[in-house]
Design a protein around this ligand. Structure first.
Ligand code: BJW
Ligand code: ZN
Length: 253
């Protein structure tokens, strides 16, 4: 069933059906993507290619090969996005997930593809699949991770104080493995949940998108929250077409 905010009657029917799914659920997981932070003023991953960055291929910018080909360019892209993250605050969508369902009695476990840290700042227990843009790690993986501001000039990528190689953002680029422990925890949560909310993700990037399939195959009800169509709509029991910042509070209140 699809309920779109543009058609309030149908939206209300779908919202009620979604609430019914949640009513009997004690294990709830939210798989989130960039759209959940859009109302905090952070451009979605694919929108982050607008303006000056429109002529660059995101798969190139967000890859080790792209970084090695032009470290200053990729560092600048991340520096701009980091600034947007620093300015941002969690929005009502993040807050609703952190508060949980059933008047706060049932927690919502959050598995996010986002690198902005806003779920944690809102108070959610969160698995960050794709790392965190505010952390920096040694490109040659000497094992050092850094969070200090003084390592983060906007121009050239800084050098690792421990081993002298370049530093990079501590995020998961295309072609890189996700942290196996984080992915395993996410897969277990997906396989064991009664309801999975799939919020603000285009559903095209794997293995994250596959978690919705894991949940559906294991018998969970899958509810997509997104103003637009997604690659995962076909796997969903319900689609609530609207922005996360207003749909999630209405769904979880
Ligand atoms: C709103 C809204 C509002 C707007 N409210 N919603 C199987 C098949 C084919 C390919 C592969 C496959 N398995 C693996 C691959 C390769 C690749 C992949 O998936 N490619 C696809 C493009 C097909 N995956 C990988 O490489 C992964 N690694 C891996 O598989 O390792 C094993 C391996 C190694 C070597 C070789 C082969 C395999 C790693 C993926 C890492 C992704 N990293 C990024 C960058 C992170 C750092 C950074 O941010 O710069 O993660 S890519 C980017 O996409 C970012 C995001 O987390 C991720 C997902 O994007 P998301 O969140 O869905 O955002 P958008 O922008 O796409 O969508 C926003 C949505 O919000 C839209 O739907 C809007 O409508 C909606 N929205 N406002 C609610 N108010
Ligand atoms: Zn190092």
């Amino acid at each position: 069933m699809i309920g779109s905010l543009g058609d309030p009657g149908r939206f209300d029917v779908a919202l009620r059906a979604a609430r019914d799914c949640l009513a009997g659920a004690s294990r709830i997981v939210a798989l989130t993507g960039a759209g959940v932070s859009a109302e905090s003023g952070i451009p979605t991953f694919r929108d982050a290619q607008s303006g000056l960055w429109a002529r660059f291929d995101p798969a190139q910018l967000a890859s080790e090969a792209g970084f090695r080909a032009d470290p200053a360019l990729v560092w600048r892209w991340y520096a701009e996005r980091r600034e947007a993250v620093r300015r941002a605050r969690p929005n009502p969508g993040h807050v609703a997930l952190a508060r949980g369902a059933h008047g706060g009695r049932t927690p919502v476990a959050v598995v996010t593809q986002n690198v902005d840290g806003l779920h944690a700042r809102a108070g959610s227990d969160v698995i960050e699949l794709h790392g965190n843009i505010l952390r920096t790690i040694c490109l040659e993986r000497c094992g050092q991770r850094y969070e200090p501001d003084d390592l983060l000039p906007a121009g050239e990528p800084p050098v690792c104080p421990a081993c002298g190689s370049q530093l990079r953002p501590d995020v998961v680029w295309f072609g890189e493995m996700l942290d196996p422990a984080a992915l395993l925890r996410a897969e277990r949560a997906a396989a064991a949940c009664h309801v999975m909310l799939v919020v603000g993700t285009s559903g095209i990037v794997f293995p994250a998108a596959g978690l919705a399939l894991v949940a559906g195959r294991a018998g969970a009800r899958v509810i997509v929250v997104n103003p637009d169509e997604t690659e995962l709509d076909g796997q969903a029991d319900l689609c609530l077409r609207g922005p996360a910042g207003s749909v999630l509070p209405a769904l979880l209140e």
